[in-house]
Design a binder for this molecule. Structure first.
Ligand SMILES: Cc1cc2nc3c(=O)[nH]c(=O)nc-3n(C[C@H](O)[C@H](O)[C@H](O)COP(=O)(O)OP(=O)(O)OC[C@H]3O[C@@H](n4cnc5c(N)ncnc54)[C@H](O)[C@@H]3O)c2cc1C
Length: 199
């Protein structure tokens, strides 16, 4: 990836977002892109301190990254991770990834930033709520995020007293984006089909 080009384009997006009173959160792609994405984040935050980033609990490096991202004003979307990664860099078993997710939640909820809980997993959501209470967090100091169309009733329930942000792919390229996401990891197809039949 050309980091300079990414940074220039991201700056334009952030400028438009700040004019519209919105925020921007950087997606995270596979593990080879983490250093450059965090580099872009650092540069953007000099001018736009509200820029956030997605961090994947499945990556072994994540706890270290999170420790650098728990300061005041830091916005972190904690997700499990959607990529098929080698075991040299990532946890593989579901329980290992979940345990790493909980460790990430603990760091974020204890920190001074704004945790963004990017998961549909009822257990992770319950644990996030319990940790927020334990750290005396106000409901407006953290938020939940889910994909459009998945667990819509749960989204409405959480929205009653929290920010519940919904991720919506849009624009002319949404189909290519969607197919890439399915191709990256077979489990994504199961995830999508389950949400389709459970609506
Ligand atoms: C806002 C957002 C942004 C994201 N951005 C990124 C990113 O930048 N990079 C990246 O790698 N990944 C990203 N992801 C994807 C993420 O990494 C996971 O692959 C995805 O969210 C699935 O993991 P999960 O935590 O939701 O639950 P899973 O571990 O997939 O599911 C756990 C449990 O959740 C419940 N559940 C799941 N789906 C349903 C359903 N349809 N109906 C009922 N219960 C269900 C079930 O109990 C299930 O057992 C993002 C996800 C979200 C929500």
């Amino acid at each position: 990836m050309d980091e300079r080009l990414a940074l220039d384009n991201a700056r334009e997006i952030c400028l438009a977002a700040s004019r519209a009173g919105m925020t921007v959160t950087l997606d995270m792609e596979d593990h080879t892109t983490v250093d450059s994405t965090l580099g872009v984040l650092r540069e953007l935050r000099d001018d736009f301190p509200w820029v956030g980033v997605a961090i994947q609990s499945m990556l072994r490096r994540t706890e270290g990254d999170l420790r650098d991202l728990v300061g005041e004003g830091s916005r972190v979307r904690l997700v499990k991770g959607a990529y098929a990664e080698p075991s040299s860099v990532a946890f593989h078993g579901r329980h290992e990834v979940d345990r790493a997710y909980v460790r990430g939640l603990k760091l974020l909820m204890a920190g001074d930033g704004r945790p963004m809980v990017g998961s549909h997993d009822p257990r992770m959501i319950d644990i996030a709520l319990a940790l927020a209470a334990e750290h005396h967090r106000k409901p407006d100091s953290y938020e939940f995020q889910m994909l459009y169309g998945i667990r819509a009733a749960e989204q409405r329930r959480l929205a009653a007293d929290h920010t519940m942000r919904v991720y919506v792919p849009y624009g002319a390229d949404w189909y290519g984006y969607f197919m890439r996401r399915l191709a990256e990891r077979p489990a994504n197809l199961v995830f999508f089909l389950r949400s389709f039949v459970s609506r």
